[in-house]
Design a protein. Structure first.
Lengths: 247, 247
């Protein structure tokens, strides 16, 4: 079963498009340690596991704790029930031989179902991630931060912004063989989401796009793609502060 | 002392611009293990430490071994003499709060002097790396792989390729405060290097640009910037196959 089939199945089973981010920000932990990061994620998983379509652990917050952090990441992944697909949020990407090692880390060592990657290196740098049809690859397209205007939104001579070009080249060329890519589109920008959907009407495996809930675009996600899974990337903020957690 | 001061000092002391990549590719190891990856790097360091301006360990090849790989990376870093500056080749980059964690990993946990990052997220995503004037930040500009044509070489309406825009915005805006960024420019593309140098004559701390040796551009690096340190990114291939190592 491919990642997107697993995601579709799970979304159907729980009737939910919610993806919960596992982002153990230092500021939110009981103490500044890898163990606290693991416990933070463990609790979040325990309280949301019946409701979520997917989990998205963010490698950075574990990596900051070095060896112990990496161990905490592996324990966190092991705490996620097998039927729930995992998006490793790692934003990796390099030349081919190095991306081979990153793909091996994400898919073999950490056994994640999918991973986020950066398109800046080009198609050959992403092939090591894309070559396994059973795994999903989320390509950064238009992110939610203000700085997404700096590079991603640059206009090309065709009149379209760079992020639309990235969406097209990713879905229609790089990931064409296995249709196993999704696009990361920050849902703070409804217009970007609309333009991308117009440019790539059948993006990668029938269209999972990433967007954040609690934003104007979440409604748009739900309404515009009734027959296709649209994953909602819900950052843990808000969720993790509920007691008990009640998303 | 800032990273670029440390690099300049070291380059002067050993009269060398050579940066040795520590890339323990699985195919080159005696066995497929984190321990073998460490031993591979340890030997390379032992045999080249009197000759190099810098070392560039590549996070991917350690990360592929999970927790043990991360431990091998930390042991490798500890085996590098203190006076030799380190470029952590990690190609990280995310939105601000996540980049904070990646910067903490590279600079505090791993204690590296500098790190490679991707510009796709924009300036705000790189500020957590750039805010410490004592550290260096190598921003991907024009890489050496064929896929660098896909995104990096796209022409903008001004007529210049995207990578020149990245060079300008990085050096003249994002890293303006501390002038602590360098540009990663694959030395397989002499023309790109020439154009970038024309566009940013005084890039970031007087101009360290990254290029590979054993390429047409390495001569160009040496000849065109006599008064400025230009780091030569020598991949370990070739070096690591010498017995004894004799770069």
């Amino acid at each position: 079963m491919s990642f997107f089939e697993k995601l579709t199945q799970r979304a159907h089973d729980v009737n939910s498009l919610l993806c919960v981010g596992l982002d153990p920000h230092k500021a939110e932990l009981e103490e500044d340690s890898a163990e606290a990061a693991f416990k933070f994620c463990q609790r979040l998983i325990e309280e949301t596991k019946d409701l979520v379509a997917a989990y998205k652990p963010n490698a950075a917050f574990f990596e900051a704790y070095g060896v112990e952090g990496w161990a905490a990441l592996q324990r966190t992944l092991a705490a996620i029930p097998e039927e729930i697909p995992i998006v490793l949020d790692a934003k990796r990407g390099d030349i081919g031989s190095t991306s081979e090692a990153y793909a091996s880390s994400a898919f073999q060592t950490l056994k994640c179902d999918s991973v986020t990657v950066s398109p800046y290196l080009g198609g050959d740098g992403l092939q090591p991630f894309l070559k396994d049809p059973s795994r999903g690859v989320w390509v950064l397209c238009k992110t939610s931060n203000p700085g997404s205007q700096d590079i991603q939104a640059l206009q090309l001579p065709s009149g379209e912004p760079l992020y639309v070009h990235v969406a097209k080249v990713c879905c229609l060329q790089w990931a064409k063989e296995h249709s196993n890519a999704g696009l990361v589109v920050g849902a703070t920008d409804v217009e970007a989401m609309r333009v991308i959907r117009e440019a790539v009407p059948e993006p990668c495996h029938g269209g999972p796009s990433a967007c954040e809930s609690n934003s104007p675009a979440s409604q748009h996600c739900h309404s515009s793609r009734k027959n296709r899974p649209t994953i909602i990337l819900e950052h843990h903020t808000g969720l993790s502060k509920q007691e008990p957690c009640n998303p």
